[in-house]
Design a protein around this ligand. Sequence first.
Ligand SMILES: Cc1cc2nc3c(=O)[nH]c(=O)nc-3n(C[C@H](O)[C@H](O)[C@H](O)COP(=O)(O)O)c2cc1C
Length: 273
Amino acid sequence: MREKNKMTQLQLAEKLGVSDKTILKWATAKGYPDITLLEPIAAAFRISVTELISGNTIYNANVSANMLRSKFSDPGNTEYLYTHPIFQDYTKGAEMSVIEIIKNRHSYRGKYKDDKVPREDLVTIMEAGLAAPSGCNKQTTSLICVDDCDVLRQIHAVIDPPIAETAPALICVLTQRIPAYRDKCFAVQDYSAAIENMLLAIEELGYRSCWYEGHITDDDRIGDKIAKILNVPEEYDLVCILPVGIAENEPIVPRKKKFDERAWFNSFNAQSK
Ligand SMILES: Cc1cc2nc3c(=O)[nH]c(=O)nc-3n(C[C@H](O)[C@H](O)[C@H](O)COP(=O)(O)O)c2cc1C
């Protein structure tokens, strides 16, 4: 709604007298507006409080969201705003642009909450992975999502040192070294594109993850051990695992080099922006 009104997070923050960090928290469903702010928020978007709560105009916009939408047909019950997961879901999908999702994504290596990830969300995430481009459309990437506690336990038994032990789901990324043309194989590029798509979908749906590849493809070949547990045929390599779950904490945001240290216009190391 903020974007529809062509308003930046900072502009909205100023209008409401809150910090832009607070707006970001709302947009990423890490926090919710206080009830006393409903009127100012509605006023900022020139809509009524009822419209704000019912979210009618964006009711169908977030196709990936899944939680009990029908409950929203009762906009009079403002308690939903604070108690029902649907508001979290509605906020996530409706408020974040692709650029915001890209900028919000960070590797998360902390604990996950116990909440199971609905299959519908896992399918959405895997579909995002499979929708990625692939060299000569060879589609060399395949996926196995593990959300069964027993299988998760078997997998964690072979991961040493442990990673993502508390995640309720793990997406395992498989690749096949199929040549795209002549002797060129783009399998690495293919699965990398698929992984990034999935990381962004995970972020959009309000979960966290981390691209665990180094850890499982080292000399101890943890990926091969996981592949065995999952009955993966020999012609596939298991190269990465992506945990999926609701994070208990905030991710640690790593320092990134400045734009003009890595990107320029028209010539190497030339003027940027
Ligand atoms: C190919 C690749 C392999 C990675 N392997 C691991 C890994 O084994 N363990 C880990 O904790 N993070 C791993 N990461 C995540 C990076 O450490 C992380 O992306 C980087 O530190 C930047 O942080 P950010 O994702 O928050 O931007 C990997 C990332 C990539 C692209």
